[in-house]
Design a protein around this ligand. Structure first.
Ligand SMILES: NC(=O)c1ccc[n+]([C@@H]2O[C@H](COP(=O)([O-])OP(=O)(O)OC[C@H]3O[C@@H](n4cnc5c(N)ncnc54)[C@H](O)[C@@H]3O)[C@@H](O)[C@H]2O)c1
Length: 386
């Protein structure tokens, strides 16, 4: 299988590239290094050291990973993007190449505008390139469980649902209710994908993924193979951020009362899920919505779990809730459906979350002095109401 990964230099992109290469698949990577620059801009850095992309590729053990081609291309540049896709004619394209921080998108008009244009135009460019080059390319678009919000009904894993209004029924796109400009950009992407599938019969997998945690996959076995790991308020996701807080010995900081429940999965399970979806595409012209997660937890449950695990490792940390900077329900119903991935073989989490947290803390401890330099950028500053 030949796969183009857009956003290959990122947290998920690099980890997926390693998985596909280790399975003997061919990978073409595209990235414009936006995340590296944007994380530096907020005064932070990846917790785990990563070399330049070329250093990373040079560090790949030749006996385990096949070769990877790479292009420094901005996916909003249609001409250059189309040239790469035309040259390689991949079987599948995975699109991770988006601005992926909710707080960043909420900071100002210009960060909102950048998020919406980068994400929506990038996805539209893939749609057009696939339509013009080969309609059979399987397009895997990485969206988010945050597209649904937290409705007071079970979240179906389907593209459409039946709705009845004033006694008359029809099929409507599964309701979405996002919580930031970033999350809305993913909803707009989804609508554009559904439309492109309808008019041109493109083959799509639209993934609604929950927050990912973890420092490792089974392929990441040495420092040279690390993927990036962000922990600041803008770029870090909740469990990754807690683990850094535990290593630094500062309080774990759930936002508000901490009852916000989300659907999580480990980095290992994320790349396993993606490989399964790539190796088992929908039929030509098919459209598949996938809820990609393994377990649900509230952010307070996760804080307690990290505190207890840290304490068993001799690190004493407390939990100190901070004012919630976001506009979101802190107590709500949450029950997303999950059937596509279990049917393909990913039944539940591969590793117990407590064990994964232990691995993360142990992986981060050697880099404590590196983390100390960025201690000030962990507390939330971006206020949704401002
Ligand atoms: N990490 C998570 O917990 C999580 C959860 C749900 C969804 N997602 C989604 O998965 C995708 C990957 O997330 P990640 O955590 O690996 O993020 P990341 O920021 O580490 O990776 C994204 C990569 O895309 C690149 N990129 C951004 N805009 C680009 C452009 N215009 N042209 C070329 N490259 C561009 C960045 O430089 C970066 O290397 C994102 O779309 C994100 O929204 C992530």
């Amino acid at each position: 299988m030949r796969t183009l990964i857009a956003g290959v230099d990122g947290y998920l992109g690099w980890a997926l590239a390693l998985r596909l290469l280790s399975k003997g698949h061919e990978v073409i990577g595209v990235d414009n290094f936006y995340t590296r620059k944007a994380v530096k801009e907020v005064g932070s850095d990846s917790a785990l050291p990563i070399g330049s992309f070329h250093q990373r590729v040079r560090g790949l053990p030749k006996d385990k990973f096949s070769k990877i081609a790479f292009y420094n291309v901005d996916v909003t540049d249609y001409k250059r993007l189309k040239k790469v896709i035309s040259k390689y004619k991949p079987d599948s394209i995975v699109d991770f190449a988006e601005q992926r921080s909710a707080p960043y998108s909420m900071r100002s008009r210009s960060t909102a505008a950048y998020t919406l244009s980068n994400n929506i135009v990038g996805t539209l460019n893939f749609i057009y390139a696939i339509k013009e080059i080969n309609k059979k390319i399987h397009f895997l678009k990485m969206g988010t469980m945050g597209e649904y919000g937290t409705p007071n009904f079970d979240i179906p894993e389907s593209t459409f649902v039946e709705a009845t209004i004033n006694g008359k029924s029809d099929r409507i796109i599964t309701p979405k209710n996002a919580g930031s400009w970033y999350h809305w950009s993913k909803v707009y992407d989804t609508d554009n994908l559904i439309f492109a599938n309808k008019v041109w019969g493109l083959t799509m997998t639209d993934i609604m993924q929950g927050p990912v945690y973890g420092t490792r996959t089974n392929d990441i076995t040495s420092e040279a193979l690390f993927t990036r790991f962000d922990f600041d308020e803008t770029w870090g996701t909740v469990l990754n951020r807690y683990c850094v807080e535990a290593v630094l010995g500062v309080p774990l900081t759930p936002y508000g009362s901490g009852g916000q429940t989300r659907a999580f999965l480990s980095l290992e399970d994320s790349v396993t899920a993606l490989s399964l979806l790539l190796e088992n595409p929908p039929p030509d012209g098919g459209y598949r919505t996938v809820n990609q997660f393994t377990e649900t937890y509230s952010v307070m449950e996760l804080a307690k779990l990290v505190r207890d695990k840290a304490s068993s490792l001799g690190l004493n940390v407390e939990i100190k809730s901070v004012d919630n900077p976001r506009v979101e329900a802190e107590k709500h119903y949450y029950n997303p459906e999950r059937k596509v991935l279990p049917a393909l073989g990913l039944k539940g989490p591969t590793k117990n979350l407590k064990d994964e947290v232990e691995i993360m803390i142990k992986d981060l401890l050697p880099y404590k002095s590196r983390l100390e330099k960025h201690k000030d950028v962990i507390a939330p500053k971006t206020n949704w109401r401002a």
